[in-house]
Design a protein around this ligand. Structure first.
Ligand SMILES: Cc1cc2nc3c(=O)[nH]c(=O)nc-3n(C[C@H](O)[C@H](O)[C@H](O)COP(=O)(O)OP(=O)(O)OC[C@H]3O[C@@H](n4cnc5c(N)ncnc54)[C@H](O)[C@@H]3O)c2cc1C
Length: 503
């Protein structure tokens, strides 16, 4: 094992939404920062992920197998590269609703209150929207919480046929809104271009790629992390740091903590609550496809969202969730996972047919809150990573899908020449390998018995260990998670800057 001869003020592990953003925040402090990322720079820009090949290749899967409830192996759809999953995400950067921070009764149980509230996150949402150049318009969605300032950029216009749908929805008394989108000169803003690359301009910041953190080593008393052991190529290295920040994604951060068990932390680092790896949430996700009579590019951004069913309606007084138009389906990596709607079909379809289908389809993306369940967890058995997972809120999600199918049928009835009249809308739910919205495996809170992290996202039991990815979520909400991860990394960044300056 090679012991690196440097001592770092901060070691950040992972460069996705959490880690990349934190690196950007801490870089100007002049403190010595090491970033470890197990992936490499992605050759293609995220905006170039635009091809029918998306449906055929397994390139957006991690190069490793995980195991499901039945012990069946699967390749998770997650991106190990500089920028993490923000390199393949859709760039919809939504704020959680104000009520999402409170206890909410769902059909399947309670969504717990967060110890911090919307007002605590609001300034950081604003900072996050500035940093990731969010284009949006908050006035047309009645569920949108109060913003202290306008979005930094105006909303992205809908494609003409989405505009037609919007008008029909308005006639139905719904409130179609513009989805907030992170967009820069080169397409969707991600944590490589927005976070890591600017951070690397500072001489005090070092990035090591293809560097997989394997173990955290504590001091003798177990109350501090002394070193991070990482594999680079075939060689093991030990990196020493004062503050250690995990941002490997909710599943991989908990894996690292569990795998690093030692005498002082026999159930895994910072795990005397037995909470590490538990309460894994991943939202219920479905896609519904609406076929159109006229062709379009199939390459547009997601622009239209609907939250009229978010908190329920007269017939169903429980939260159902969020609806997003998916933009051109050629651009959406998640669709490539959807069986049997597109994946099997599209793998055997000739190129021409596939393009025809893609340019005559509008995808609708539906997402429903997943409730925290201690039995849904990341578990290690020998060398294997198991995901024990049973979905929650299945009925609420089905209701959302059926509400949306009724809406689409009404759109057809209004505009049969554009959208046909057959009433056929292929639907698919997302299988276990879609872990895109994973969160909750190291929840933050006040009580060390029921949470892993304190309110600054520092491990209750380890003085210099932080987690800034989506692990800290006590509940998943039904909105897309990345903006909350980014805002939280900025919030924790402020705390770390204070701490670094005082020590
Ligand atoms: C196809 C897709 C579309 C999505 N669309 C949206 C969207 O439109 N809006 C939205 O809000 N969210 C979206 N998401 C979710 C969003 O991308 C995630 O919520 C967000 O990226 C999570 O950030 P993170 O920091 O928790 O982890 P990640 O972004 O997953 O980053 C984790 C990083 O850690 C690295 N890593 C892991 N383990 C180790 C280790 N042991 N050592 C070193 N490095 C390690 C990984 O390689 C990765 O780079 C989407 C996700 C996917 C997959």
């Amino acid at each position: 094992m090679i012991i690196d001869d440097q001592h770092y003020d901060v070691i950040i592990i992972g460069t996705g939404a959490g880690g990349g953003t934190l690196a950007h925040k801490l870089a100007p402090t002049g403190k010595k920062i090491l970033i470890l990322e197990q992936g490499e720079f992605l050759e293609k820009e995220s905006s170039e992920l635009v091809d029918t090949e998306v449906f055929r290749k397994e390139q957006y899967h991690a190069p490793e197998q995980w195991y499901d409830n039945e012990g069946e192996p699967f390749y998770p759809q997650t991106s190990y590269c500089v920028g993490g999953n923000t390199k393949i995400y859709s760039g919809v950067l939504m704020r959680m609703r104000e009520r999402d921070f409170e206890e909410v009764q769902h059909k399947d149980g309670l969504s717990p209150a967060w110890a911090l509230k919307y007002k605590d996150f609001e300034p950081y949402y604003t900072e996050a929207e500035q940093l990731y150049q969010v284009h949006g318009k908050s006035e047309d969605d009645p569920t949108e919480p109060l913003h202290s300032g306008a979005y930094p950029f105006a909303e992205v216009a809908h494609e003409p046929q989405i505009e037609v749908i919007k008008d029909v929805l308005l006639k139905q008394g719904l409130h179609p809104s513009h989805l907030p989108l992170g967009l820069g000169n080169q397409g969707r803003t991600d944590s490589e271009d927005t976070g890591i690359s600017p951070a690397l301009k500072y001489p005090n910041v070092t990035l090591k790629t293809s560097a997989q953190a394997l173990y955290l080593h504590t001091n003798a008393s177990g109350c501090e992390i002394k070193a991070v052991q990482a594999k680079i190529g075939h060689q093991s290295y030990l990196f020493l740091g004062s503050m250690i920040v995990l941002s490997c994604g909710a599943i991989n951060s908990s894996l690292l903590l569990l795998r690093s068990a030692n005498e002082k932390h026999p159930n895994g680092i910072a795990n005397s609550s037995d909470g590490v790896g538990r309460h894994l949430m991943k939202q219920q996700l479905s896609v519904v496809v609406q076929l159109t009579s006229s062709a379009y590019s199939g390459l547009s951004q997601r622009t239209l969202g609907v939250n009229d069913f978010y908190w329920g309606d007269e017939q169903y007084p429980y939260p159902m969730g969020n609806v997003q138009e998916s933009g051109g389906i050629l651009q959406d990596v998640i669709f490539s996972e959807a069986p049997p709607l597109l994946s099997i079909f599209t793998r055997i379809m000739p190129e021409f047919g596939l393009r025809q289908l893609a340019t005559r389809s509008i995808g609708w993306w539906l997402q429903t809150e997943d409730l925290p369940n201690p039995h849904n967890r990341v578990r290690i058995a020998g060398d294997r990573l198991h995901i024990d997972y049973e979905p929650s809120n299945v009925e609420a999600h089905d209701r959302l899908v059926y509400r949306w199918l009724d809406v689409l049928k009404a759109v057809q009835a209004e505009q049969p020449s554009r959208f046909g009249r057959n009433g056929v809308f292929p639907r698919s739910d997302m299988p276990i390998q879609v872990v895109a919205h994973q969160c909750g495996t190291c929840r933050f809170g006040v009580d060390p018995k029921t949470s892993v992290l304190d309110l600054n996202c520092r491990a209750h039991e380890v003085n210099n260990l932080y987690v800034v990815d989506s692990s800290f979520f006590p509940s998943s909400s039904s909105v897309s998670p990345a903006l909350t991860v980014i805002a939280n990394a900025l919030r924790v960044g402020d705390h770390l800057i204070q701490r670094l300056m005082n020590e």
